[in-house]
Design a protein around this ligand. Structure first.
Ligand code: DX5
Ligand code: ZN
Length: 220
């Protein structure tokens, strides 16, 4: 399975966002991960559709993977679709009709994804897998960048990989070269990395190195 690397814009320098988006595209990353927080579903605020729009205007060819940490993501699908989201991920713990919202995302021609917090049992996701193009396992408590990876999530990745061999399985939170390879060995194939990627002086080399380490770990 091909491994994909997605730098998270949350760790970028917000004073020069357009340059940071260009840095991600220039690094050969597979997509840009955009974290949207509402200060209700998680105890933090980040940014909204205008930043997704900025990414589209700055680097139209860079895939935009939009992670909605919102209590009511269903009310915002159109807003993010209109500014060029290529994938929209909603939390299984959100306060909305999950089936209907995933279907809405797909109706707009966008890849649909479902996310779970570290403590949420993997079985909660199974009823929806047929409606998902990707599943994201949070490997930290969502809300902030720069936290430590939680290895207790690894068995959930393995369980879902066994149940869904062809599904895109993503991890997000505390991901660097070693934790990414660990997740790859358990079945993940998409890796979000915020603080690790943005502190690199050569992001391109870090992307290539992480991709290779993951592909090797997945083969073992
Ligand atoms: C956390 C966000 C992550 C965050 C990851 O709630 O979903 O995407 O940017 O940051 P790092 O890689 O620094 O843990
Ligand atoms: Zn995220």
């Amino acid at each position: 399975m091909k491994c994909q690397i997605l730098p998270s814009l949350l760790a970028a320098d917000f004073g020069r966002l357009a340059d940071e988006i260009r840095r991600v595209a220039g690094a050969g990353a597979d997509a840009l991960h955009l974290d949207i927080m509402d200060a209700h579903f998680v105890p933090n605020l980040s940014f909204g559709p205008d930043v997704v729009d900025l990414a589209r205007r700055t680097c139209p060819a860079l895939f935009r993977d939009v992670h909605l940490m919102l209590t009511r993501p269903d009310l915002y699908i159109d807003r993010f679709a209109d500014v060029g989201a290529d994938a929209i991920l909603i939390h299984v713990e959100a306060d909305c009709d999950i089936w209907e919202t995933l279907r809405d995302i797909r109706r707009r021609g966008i890849r649909a994804g479902l996310v779970s917090r570290p403590q949420t049992p993997v079985g909660t996701l199974y009823p929806y897998v047929a409606l998902c193009d990707e599943v994201l396992f949070m490997t930290v408590n969502p809300g902030y960048g720069g936290q430590a990876f939680m290895p207790e999530v690894l068995p959930k990745i393995k369980a879902l990989r066994t149940a869904a061999p062809a599904l895109d399985i993503m991890v997000d939170g505390g991901i660097h070269s070693e934790t990414a390879a660990q997740c790859a060995a358990y079945g993940a194939n998409q890796f979000v990395a915020g603080s690790f990627m943005f502190r690199q002086t050569d992001m391109g080399a870090a992307v290539r190195k992480m991709r290779e380490a993951c592909e090797q770990a997945a083969r073992l």
